[in-house]
Design a protein around this ligand. Structure first.
Ligand SMILES: [Zn+2]
Length: 341
């Protein structure tokens, strides 16, 4: 018999604030979540429906640089636009907030610090490209060069858009910084990693044995990730846009956007219910359901649960409904470019 819960906490994927939401997002994530929230409310159940914009990460800084404005200008523009679209579409969020709010920065920072203090991260030094003129480490997207596979001279440090090959910056021939145009040099930098490999055993049991009822696409993707074996994942990076790493000597480093964004669900609940948010996140009688797009499956089924488990006081999701592409006149509308988590 399935467990009876006292209340339901519904989250919907945080759209990335560097562009508008489109019909694919609405059909795949927000309308299904909204229907579920309305249904539970009609039944008289206790329900919360949380939304918000995801406002950190490299693509926003790239867009800002291109337009000659600040990252804050970009997220202010798109947060307002997205929020208004949802209102006009009639999506009934209990709160729609954002990851640049003060309450989010503090919540994400405290979350990192708790895991750091409890020894839940590993520290590792690696060599990364650094721009001596711009005086900063370069995110993969800030490096261009020649693709070793097809010879395209404008391949990015993470991918060649001509042949579609995934790259790492050191694969590029004649790498160049897009910030200053200079040739980047290798420099050592220290980062913190969430050792997902150490979480593999309980994740296997929890997903593959205890949640066989999850949708086939969700279950299948989790299984293939787990079967490949999980690797430690960097939770910090060298960037000037994001939540600063709250550790001495970590100047110029911020939390990786994939780490801070899902904490936004918690921050937004806190913003709405400053004195009563914990029962929604820490009481076993709350049913947590994440509505997401298919590109977010691994983050919501494996990575975020590992973060919550490492923290120790949070509940885990009971279900993670994810939808595939929406077809419009036989063309796929891909949502992948708009999710940055
Ligand atoms: Zn190529």
């Amino acid at each position: 018999m399935s467990k009876q819960f006292k209340r339901t906490l519904i989250t919907s994927a945080l759209p990335y604030a560097n562009g508008p939401v489109h019909i694919g997002h609405l059909a795949g994530v927000y309308v299904p979540a909204d229907i579920y929230a309305r249904y539970l409310r009609l039944k008289g159940e206790e329900v919360l429906f949380i939304g918000g914009s995801d406002e950190h990460g490299v693509p926003i800084t790239i867009r800002a640089r291109k337009e000659g404005v600040t990252p804050q200008d970009i997220v202010d523009r798109y947060h307002q636009l997205i929020k208004k679209s949802f209102e006009e579409f009639g999506i009934t969020f209990d709160i729609y907030s954002r990851t640049t709010s003060d309450i989010h920065k503090k919540t994400a920072s405290d979350f990192f610090r708790k895991l750091y203090d409890d020894g839940k991260f590993i520290e590792q030094e690696s060599e990364q490209y650094y721009d001596e003129e711009a005086r900063q480490f370069l995110a993969d997207r800030y490096i261009t060069g020649t693709c070793p596979h097809c010879g395209n001279e404008n391949a990015y440090g993470d991918q060649c858009e001509q042949c579609g090959t995934s790259l790492s910056p050191t694969d590029l021939i004649n790498p160049k910084s897009t910030l200053s145009g200079s040739v980047p040099v290798m420099r050592p930098t220290k980062h913190w990693y969430l050792p997902l490999d150490q979480h593999e055993a309980w994740l296997r049991q929890w997903i593959l044995e205890d949640h066989k009822e999850w949708k086939a696409n969700v279950y299948g993707q989790c299984k293939s990730w787990l079967d490949l074996g999980l690797q430690p994942r960097a939770v910090s990076r060298d960037l000037d846009w994001g939540v600063p790493v709250p550790v001495e000597g970590a100047e110029g480093k911020v939390l990786y956007v994939w780490f801070d964004a899902p904490i936004g669900y918690i921050s937004n609940t806190k913003e709405l219910l400053p004195n009563d948010w914990e029962k929604w996140w820490k009481d076993e009688d709350t049913k947590l359901v994440h509505f997401i797009g298919k590109d977010n499956i691994v983050f919501h089924c494996i990575v975020f649960p590992a973060m919550l488990k490492a923290e120790g006081s949070f509940i885990l999701p009971e279900n993670v409904p994810a939808n595939e592409f929406l077809n419009l006149e036989n063309d796929k509308i891909s949502t992948s470019r708009n999710w940055a988590v």
